[in-house]
Design a protein around this ligand. Structure first.
Ligand code: BG6
Ligand code: MG
Length: 221
């Protein structure tokens, strides 16, 4: 099969905004007396705002403590804090290796799409100066189920007019890698090899992404 498109998660892949999500959630969790365990670092990645709050409340054994209105207010407070944190982002915040990868893929005529669960993705992509690079962006408002459900990656391939077997998708979260594999796409994990073991290829950081080598791995699969 020929590689015809690349699909990217945003937070933690194109830029380190995953850290800001985690910081904003940590602040909220502390306010309601919950200390997040180390594994929250992966468990919260890729999850929608509502799913993330549910994960946090479960860590604190507070699943049924709050009304829907209170939960909506907490999610809104987290988002306001997150938006404050991402305000200063500029093209300098694009992670190492990403621009080179996008350049190589575009030179090879590949389609590029975004599969981010974040409603703030268009804002960040604009601040990074990357918006015009992408042929397709999935609107998370249209999704019925979040990662690890495959829906977002299936939709992303559709925006490119490509089959699952023609795309390669990039993720920093185990929920995201699970979503890619459930969509029957080739998965590149960026981060801890143990956490992302379900991916077809794992690299420690974005600086380790090499288009020629990824293409080779894809063809060998
Ligand atoms: C994902 C992040 O990309 O977007 C999650 O990895 C986040 O941490 C999710 O919860 C939803 O983002 P937002 O900006 O819509 O709250
Ligand atoms: Mg991510």
């Amino acid at each position: 099969m020929m590689l015809k498109g690349l699909i990217f998660d945003l937070d933690g892949v194109l830029t380190d905004s995953a850290t800001y999500h985690l910081q904003a959630w940590n602040e909220l969790a502390n306010r309601i007396g919950i200390t997040l365990p180390p594994e929250a670092n992966d468990a919260l990645r890729g999850r929608s705002r509502e799913d993330s709050l549910a994960v946090i409340l479960a860590y604190g054994g507070q699943e049924s403590r709050y009304t829907a209105e209170e939960k909506a207010a907490m999610a809104a407070a987290k988002n306001a804090r997150y938006q404050e944190l991402i305000k200063q982002m500029t093209p300098a915040d694009i992670l190492p290796g990403i621009v080179a990868l996008l350049d190589a893929a575009q030179a090879a005529g590949l389609g590029l799409a975004i599969a981010s669960a974040s409603k703030n993705a268009p804002t960040i992509l604009t601040q990074l100066g990357l918006m015009a690079r992408f042929d397709g962006i999935v609107d998370p408002e249209t999704l019925h189920r979040g990662k690890p459900d495959p829906e977002i990656f299936i939709q992303a391939a559709k925006t490119l007019g490509l089959a699952a077997s023609e795309v390669m998708s990039f993720e920093d979260a185990s929920a995201g890698v699970a979503a890619i594999k459930a969509a029957q796409q080739f998965a590149v994990g960026i981060g801890d090899a143990q956490v992302l073991a379900a991916a077809d290829v794992v690299v420690p950081t974005t600086a380790d992404l090499d288009f020629a080598r990824l293409q080779q791995a894809f063809t060998a699969e």
